[in-house]
Design a protein around this ligand. Sequence first.
Ligand code: ADP
Ligand code: MG
Length: 683
Amino acid sequence: MRKLPALSDFITAAKGVGPKKAGLFQKLHIRTLRDALLTYPRDYEDRTKITPISGVTAEDKYCVRAVVGTAPAFRRIRRGLDLTKLTVFDETGTLNITYFNNKYAAATLREGQEYLFCGRVTGTGRARTMVSPAADPVPASGESPGRIVPIYPLSSGISQRDMLHVTEAALAAVAGDWPDPLPQLLRAKYRLIDSADALAAIHRPKTQQDVEDARRRMIFEELFLLCCGLQQLKERRRADNGIPFEADGLRAFLSVLPFAPTGAQRRAIDEIAADCASGRPMNRLLQGDVGSGKTLVAAALCALAAANGYQAAFMAPTEILAAQHAETLVKMLAPLNITVTLLTGSMGAAQKRQALSRIESGQAQVVIGTHALIQQSVTFHRLGAVVADEQHRFGVAQRAALAAKGQTPHTLVMSATPIPRTLALIMYGDLDVSVLDELPPGRTPIETYAVGEHMRARITKFIDKQIAAGGQAYVVCPLVEEGETNLKSAEQHARDLQKALPHRRVAVLHGRMKNADKDQTMRDFAAGAYDILVATTVIEVGVDVPNANLMVVEDADRFGLSQLHQLRGRVGRGTRQSYCVFFGADKGQPARERLKILCQTADGFEIARSDLALRGPGDFFGRRQHGLPALHVADLAGDLTLMQHAREEAEALLAEDPALAAYPLLRDRVEHMFAASEDEAFN
Ligand code: ADP
Ligand code: MG
């Protein structure tokens, strides 16, 4: 007897997959049957709903159950274009069917035989034509052949049929090799289906309900594993010894500040000081809306470390941000005679050598830099505190790598993405959280407008007017993915704007530019060398250009509300009245409603809650910016209660059995999830 394939087998074990095809599959990150198993359909086509031909009235997708009336007629229109035509009928009417360049599909259809045809219909009345439908014969029993067809993500050279083959082989392998990692009690309590059944249902559902049940089960599992892992991480750290910092060092810092900290900043600083005094290492997230003053709180931690005789490292996601932070911190800390050193990848060799030696000798008390800080060549004399700005750009593993340069230093990660509490508890399960829910005084609110295409000319004039008055403008375009033709790329848009405003200096910034070029363009814009910066969302993260007072977002309906709120936060940083204009209000009622929320409130947390309610947590999990392990299904989660349950149950289980000793399979799966994430973070 032939041995059954195992999940660890290469996909060449599947029917019709040779070495060449296996190579193409690599683009989809599918090497083994296990990879195939964990590549879920991105959508499903419901072919269980059958429409009588008389009911085919609109240009839409339909499934009809009909008999072939005229034999397929093949015609060559011209070189490279074949057309096959036939007609089919049921009790209610007749319908034309055409296939282009697919005489083989058409050739299998037999006159007088009944099929289920599913496809898009164009034309009306007698001209109604279904184009290149899928056709499944109706079995002699007369039982309906309708089914839910999985639609997989594809890449060049890989067809849906190929995906069906590899997932078929994977499902066959699952049969004997997929024990359930979830405790039986939990499965019963939340009525979750078995894990092997869930995988079968995800790939080959019979009904919509199958899909729902399977998703619910997989979402629970994934979040449960994630929460277990984060909780364990937290517990493990809690057992470490931390460097006790005396809080006295803060008094001098607070007394030299140019302004009084807000109440929220005070609270956060107190929480940090208490953590650092506790004898346990601090692991805290500082969440605060754009402009809420996170840098000052970070500076307080750096001052505290220095006062206690330790170094602090402050890691920023880009060179320009690192430079900006260094400038700010020098201003705040120089009066206290605390030395601040910058270390970035683009520094000259001599300069870098000097910085490195100052870091090693301890002469540099506060070190600010990019990822360069975690490189091997960087040795700290006595690292006691670590700050990571805009934490979603760093992985859990990168944070750990920086912390490893000291002995359990106190760690503060900062995020400007307001996240509703339910989600924050999951995504930051390994951290304690401080929130800056108050803006410094004296800000003028940003005037925000949601507009449609008919306002185009007026907005262009408005941009011109703001520049004439001495301001600068950002214009943000969404990332255009391959095959999307209805959206303008940043480059194209920059050319158009330059044509409309020939006397203005327009620069463009996008993700494919080299980092050094990006930084240079940003720096030039900040220095006033350009009037308009057209960009993809690479500008999302914290660069301060106080003179910029106008933000225009193209196709704003394509962004999440929280992301739009972040973008808006790029303006309103100076004394000038600032404006924000969102295009896309003419793209239907839901888009208009969503954009309206932004016009009505400037509170990031409120916006995040609306975003969550409107689009589900997918936007928060899906962007892969949080440094968490990759999630396969949780980004499909629509069910907050389920998420909450997963977290509570993980906490309860770990309270009872911190090492998961009674659940070896669960323990392995958690380890596997986090091990994989570390690999990714370093790649
Ligand atoms: P975030 O990083 O949270 O977006 P920043 O730390 O860059 O915000 O602070 C935004 C601006 O607010 C800076 O110009 C900073 O000098 C100013 N600022 C911070 N705290 C205060 C305060 N308590 N009072 C007045 N201005 C403040
Ligand atoms: Mg900031």
